[in-house]
Design a protein around this ligand. Structure first.
Ligand SMILES: NC(=O)c1ccc[n+]([C@@H]2O[C@H](COP(=O)([O-])OP(=O)(O)OC[C@H]3O[C@@H](n4cnc5c(N)ncnc54)[C@H](O)[C@@H]3O)[C@@H](O)[C@H]2O)c1
Length: 366
């Protein structure tokens, strides 16, 4: 069943969402390409940003847009993986748009995992200072998290996601059938971000994982992804600018991003974030901010989800990257910790927590 939540003037033929208001999400969509084609009517051109795996797996998506739209449809492919999330890829797409004489009435469609949706967000924010953006996530992680809420970023050699923008999509289209081809490690990665959102602000979502079936099907995955996306949107609507409680969604990411960087992206985002959540929760426990019971519950759920053992990385190497994290203040490392009851805290009560290098090293070895 198709359903749109949190509508921000959907269906406008031109213009783009330049506000920081919540954006519409179409859940349980059976035919993403037709929905996107309908939403793009009246525009001048569209660029679909997708990695080569997604283009190969779902050629029909571009075909439906080409046959359904009376405008140039450019499918811009990049190499799959985090290494492609760079300004070079963004500029490459912009140059293709320039060659195709794209104007301000064009649209960008992010089609794929979180790398594609982040790249599409950046391109739509930058091309002629902002054009329409539609996100069509195909990975579980992107359906539950990356395609939602309007944050976009690219990596530079100095660090993960250091260059970015907030650009709300005009629409996010969630079609669970894309998940049928998702490899198991990518499924686990997506589940990790969903668990994170549960721990940050949705006790019922955490409970879903307490009773997670041994064999999960697409319906179950789509259900928890939908809950996580809705919870994330609730958080984003309170703090679209990412200066307060939205920072909580970074739980696990200070350490997680460092793990990804140290491994030169050979360790996937979700796996790194899982290890990061366990490390950051242990730090919170050592400070008396996280209950022992909740810490153990987190570890058990991540095991149930199928997260592999903690990656073999040197904590001293991680610190070098953690010192460059975006949340740091006055040169000191800060982490986001969820409340013990997993309810979204009020803006007033929220704060990130300063962590010393010694505290991190002690908890990593704990
Ligand atoms: N902007 C945000 O708010 C936000 C939030 C969370 C994560 N992110 C970003 O998202 C990225 C991680 O996302 P990801 O894990 O989706 O990575 P990804 O885009 O690299 O996708 C992972 C892999 O899955 C493949 N894939 C995608 N859909 C598939 C499908 N249906 N079937 C088969 N294979 C498929 C891709 O080709 C890729 O190889 C990171 O860059 C992270 O920083 C952004």
């Amino acid at each position: 069943m198709d359903r749109i939540i949190s509508s921000d003037r959907p269906g406008r033929p031109s213009g783009h969402n330049s506000t920081q208001e919540p954006h519409p999400i179409l859940f349980d969509c059976a035919d993403a390409a037709s929905v996107v084609a309908a939403a793009l009517g009246g525009l001048s051109a569209v660029i679909v940003v997708a990695d080569s795996t997604v283009v190969r797996l779902f050629p029909g998506f571009g075909d439906v847009l080409r046959s359904g739209l009376d405008m140039p449809v450019l499918v811009s492919e990049f190499e799959p993986g985090e290494r492609a999330k760079t300004m070079d890829t963004v500029v490459g797409c912009c140059r293709a748009m320039a060659a195709g004489r794209f104007d301000r009435q064009c649209a960008v469609v992010g089609f794929g995992g979180g790398v594609a949706t982040d790249l599409a967000g950046m391109i739509s924010a930058l091309w002629m200072r902002g054009v329409k953006l539609i996100q069509v996530p195909t990975s579980l992680l992107a359906m539950a998290d990356a395609a939602i809420g309007g944050k976009a970023a690219v990596n530079i050699p100095e660090g993960r996601n250091l260059v970015g923008a907030v650009k709300m999509p005009d629409l996010a289209v969630i079609a669970p059938s894309f998940l049928a081809t998702l490899p198991l490690p990518e499924r686990i990665s997506g589940l990790v971000e969903i668990v994170k959102t549960g721990f940050v602000g949705d006790p019922d979502l955490v409970s879903e994982f307490d009773s997670m079936p041994a064999e999960v099907d697409i319906d179950w995955l789509a259900g928890v992804a939908r809950r996580a996306a809705t919870t994330k949107m609730d958080i984003v609507s309170v703090d679209p600018g990412d200066s307060g409680i939205r920072l909580l969604l970074n739980f696990g990411h200070t350490v997680g991003h460092a793990i990804e960087s140290v491994s030169r992206y050979s360790i996937g985002h979700g796996i790194a974030v899982a290890a990061g959540m366990v490390a950051e929760s242990a730090i919170g426990r050592s400070m008396g901010l996280v209950d022992e019971i909740e810490h153990r519950r987190l570890v058990e759920i991540l095991n149930r989800v199928g997260v592999p053992p903690r990656p073999a990385v040197q904590p001293a190497d991680l610190l070098q990257w953690m010192l460059r994290d975006k949340k740091n203040r006055e040169g000191g490392i800060r982490i986001a910790l969820p409340a013990n009851d997993h309810r979204i805290p009020s803006m007033k009560s929220f704060t990130t927590v300063a962590v010393s290098e010694r505290q991190f090293l002690e908890c990593w070895d704990d």
